[in-house]
Design a protein around this ligand. Structure first.
Ligand SMILES: Cc1ncc(COP(=O)(O)O)c(C=O)c1O
Length: 463
């Protein structure tokens, strides 16, 4: 599994001209190919997996190239533009910030950082919270891991172990990759040597313990995960923290609340901290501001990114003051963390999400889209193994005919074909289609996008 390098050979398209979609050239656009090739020559292969279109401008839920093509965006530019691309209020806030002539401040005080931090602390379902700002999501993940390890060391020197879930994703820096449930980290660093352990995700469709369906077994699932570690000789007293996605980007469904409750209960009993990675599922994406609101479980730490600004790089760790206050001055900061322009963009973004009631919009539009996507499962039960999600965090999982294993090729070819018809999607390399448009998407445009997916699925299954 994995995504391949996309072809740069132009293929003809059928012209599309709807209210929102416009396709007037072959894809990739022949004039764009030299530039795409220069990009390939200048950056590594790891960057060559996205559909070969040249982004020029993006507005709301639409993305345009410079050649007259326009797409309904189901990617939100990798699940970040929650308030919509180039929101006029966010653009204005960025302009005001740059006009102030203050482009960087490091850890020196600034009003922009203060206002964003106060907003985050007020939003968080964590009492006596403080927050710290970074740029990339992975930096915030790394900070949460460091805080959990340092918290553990108060109890004894070796209490630094981190527990994460297979199939979750937390970023690309070292600690974040160790926490991510992909196979790659094992290739270049042995997780368990640095006391990082994984237990199976409570993914009920592919139950790691072989159950047919969920029957209130979340707590047992968590306990079995711990038992499997003990059987391998892991000393659970050395665990300092648990990090997980409350609504994983891979399934887009909240994990069972009894699993989360069991994790939180065990953590409390054993002086272990619980961190929720809300970088993808937070900021209204799931129809609630925080994904963990679906679970009714509050963690010790929350990690945010992506939809926190819908634009410039901003991430954050929010947590109980006593946890965040452990590092001494100078031990936890980042050159660009709380950059005044980025902070202004993030603050305005949070206000837009509130004023335009985008959390409610995500819940409303998502429910209608989910219902329509579920009809795909009814229509193609042999090929669609599951459709699920919450808010505008939805996914359609495809399988090989009559089998359980994901149909990676079909999912990626459907995503590619949708792009050729004016619906922007990305290949997942794992056999599913992800439906994550900006939360401001017009419901009719969302339904039009589902119709395109339906048509592509129908044609590609037959070919
Ligand atoms: C759940 C989750 N955590 C962490 C990250 C890493 O964020 P970034 O790419 O900003 O470092 C991502 C990015 O996709 C994510 O989805």
């Amino acid at each position: 599994m994995g995504i391949g390098v996309t072809s740069l050979t132009p293929k003809p398209t059928t012209a599309v001209n709807s209210r929102w979609r416009r396709i007037v050239t072959p894809i990739p656009v022949p004039q764009s190919v030299p530039m795409l090739q220069r990009l390939r020559a200048s950056e590594p292969r790891s960057m060559a997996g996205m559909p070969p279109i040249l982004w020029h401008d993006a507005e709301g839920f639409l993305v345009r190239d410079p050649f007259g093509n326009q797409w309904i965006d189901l990617t939100s530019g990798i699940v970040l533009a929650n308030a919509g691309h180039s929101h006029p209020r966010i653009l204005a806030a960025i302009r005001r910030a740059t006009d102030q002539r203050l482009l960087a401040t490091y850890a020196f005080a600034s009003e922009a950082r203060l206002r964003l931090l106060e907003k985050l602390v007020a939003l968080a379902p964590i009492p006596d919270a403080k927050a710290i700002l970074f740029s990339a999501g992975t930096e915030a993940t790394e900070c949460a891991i460091m805080l959990m390890r340092r918290h553990g060391q108060q109890f004894h020197r070796d209490k630094v172990g981190i527990l994460s879930l297979s199939g979750n994703y937390h970023g690309r820096t070292l600690g974040a990759q160790l926490a991510s449930g992909t196979k790659q980290p094992a290739d270049w660093i042995e997780r368990e040597r640095v006391y990082h352990f994984q237990i199976p995700s409570p993914d009920c469709l592919r139950c790691p313990w072989g159950r047919r369906e969920y029957d209130g077994c979340g707590s047992t699932c968590f306990q079995k995960g711990l038992e499997s570690l003990v059987q391998r000789g892991v000393d659970l007293e050395r665990i300092a923290g648990i990090i997980l996605e409350p609504v994983p980007g891979w399934t887009t469904r909240p994990i069972p609340s009894d699993f989360a409750e069991a994790a939180a209960g065990w953590a409390k009993q054993h002086d272990v901290l619980l961190a929720f990675d809300e970088i993808q599922c937070g900021c209204g994406r799931t129809g609630k501001f925080f994904g963990c609101e679906h679970l009714g479980v509050a963690p010790d730490l929350i990690v945010l990114g992506k939809g926190l600004s819908s634009s410039l790089p901003v991430s954050a760790v929010i947590g109980r003051g006593e946890i965040l206050d452990r590092p001494e001055p100078g031990e936890m900061s980042s050159t660009h963390g709380g950059n005044p322009v980025c902070a202004a963009a993030a603050l305005e973004n949070l206000q837009v999400i509130q004023d335009e009631q985008l959390v409610e919009a995500a819940a409303r539009t998502g429910a209608v889209v989910l219902e329509r996507l579920q009809s795909l499962r009814r229509e193609f039960p042999e090929r669609v193994s599951c459709v699920g999600g919450v808010g505008l965090f939805l996914s359609v999982h495809l399988r090989c005919p009559g089998k359980k294993n994901p149909d990676v090729a079909l999912a990626d070819v459907v995503a590619e074909e949708a792009v050729r018809r004016g619906v922007l999607m990305f290949p997942t390399g794992r056999g599913y289609l992800k439906f994550t448009p900006p939360l401001c998407i017009d419901p009719e445009a969302a339904m039009e996008a589902v119709d395109v997916i339906h048509q592509c699925l129908l044609e590609k299954m037959e070919s």
